[in-house]
Design a protein around this ligand. Sequence first.
Ligand SMILES: Nc1ncnc2c1ncn2[C@@H]1O[C@H](COP(=O)(O)OP(=O)(O)O)[C@@H](O)[C@H]1O
Ligand SMILES: [Mg+2]
Length: 487
Amino acid sequence: MKATDALSSLHDANIAYLEQALSEAQAEITALKQARDQESRERRRIEHDLKTSQQRLQLVMDTLPESIFWKDQDLVYLGCNQNFVQDAGLNSPHDIVGKTDFDLPWKREEAEFYRTCDRRVMQSNQAEMGIIEPQLKGDGQQTWLETNKAPLHNVQGDVIGILGTYQDITARQQAEMALQELNETLSQQTVELTSTLEQLQQSQLQLIQQEKMSALGNLVAGIAHEINNPVGFLAGNLQPAQAYIQDLFGLLDLYQAALPSPGEVIEDEIDAINLAYLREDLPQVLRSMREGIKRIGSISTSLRTFSRADTEHRIPFKLHEGLDSTLLILEHRLKADEHRPAIQVSTHYREMPAIECFPGQLNQVFMNLLANAIDALEESNRGQSFDDIQAQPNHITVTAELSACQQWAVVKVRDNGVGMTAETQAKIFENLFTTKGVGQGTGLGLAIARQIVVEKHQGTLEVHSTLGQGSEFVLKIPAIAPELIES
Ligand SMILES: Nc1ncnc2c1ncn2[C@@H]1O[C@H](COP(=O)(O)OP(=O)(O)O)[C@@H](O)[C@H]1O
Ligand SMILES: [Mg+2]
């Protein structure tokens, strides 16, 4: 074979080989192209599906009544629904991406509060429900939200952010707040009404009592006045009567001297009337009549002092006179009887000016305190014999003096009667509180006394008592001029 032939056949073989390789390569390229087309179709389909499902998700989220948002671990917003877009004053959900709460319309303290909650939820990996929080919206409205927050996880279960949903509960919150306000107003009003009612009851009681006292006062004053006239006649006529009797006795002496034997009829009569004794006793009789008249006179004065009608204004009053007249009126309760000796009363009155006050009402207070003291003594006498009581006599001490600072007139009424427990002491000034039986106690005395002293006279009324030993009531009223008190 010639060399050229050999070369030519080699060349041909090469070409065939190359052609073969080329066509193989082309086939491979075609296959690859097909595969790539297939893949890109597949990708487009997936992308389309993804987009469709995202749109559907967005649609779902936009249809829900809640506002929805989610943030990454650094509290940067990743997405939200349409409601949230509106609240945040944005145009579309895309606008939220990359923002934080500080870029949104809420107040700074609101933003900080939200972020604190977010961090807490992520750190604890625990959802929080029903967080009530305020929100200043994009349209300038201040609202209240009820928010739920839950941590978001990746496939490994690590926390990678937070999902939040909330509802606007402003209307509900406002209604609740209005209700609460209403409740507060109502309970306030109830308190006011209750106290008004109590005051009304108090003043009603006082009115009734005052009415009774003033009716009684008028009666007593009337009687005292009526007694005064006849007592005056008696006192006025006793003196001349004594002189006339003296004269008559003188005349009798003269007759006896001139006619030592007046005859049987007259001598019998002298024996019958026991003339010697009569002459001796008559001055005695007249003296005790004078005593009686004096006593009626002082009772009448006391009655008038006690029943002094009160005026609109305070008037000067000597407190010890009020105390004495009250004691005199209570005399019948102090006297001895078959069960017990007389109740001993000691009075200690210090030098004191007349006090500007409402005397009729103060006398009523003295009466209540003294009557209570007598009741307490009688209670303590129960089961005791006359001799037992005599050994430990019933005693009432009444003191009236000025306080050391001279600002107060102080009256103390002390007894050694039954005394009181602390529980009783806490209640004695309440209306209708009584420990006495029906018909014996009304429970009004001290309630009225307190009102007269505290409200009418701007004073104080205190009690000190030990059960089984006795009680002391201390009454203080201002001893300064009323113009100064009332201004
Ligand atoms: N001097 C006292 N000693 C013991 N208890 C007293 C005394 N004064 C008042 N109390 C108690 O206070 C209660 C209320 O007194 P008060 O208001 O005068 O009503 P009343 O005398 O009608 O019971 C009495 O029932 C009695 O229990
Ligand atoms: Mg009483």
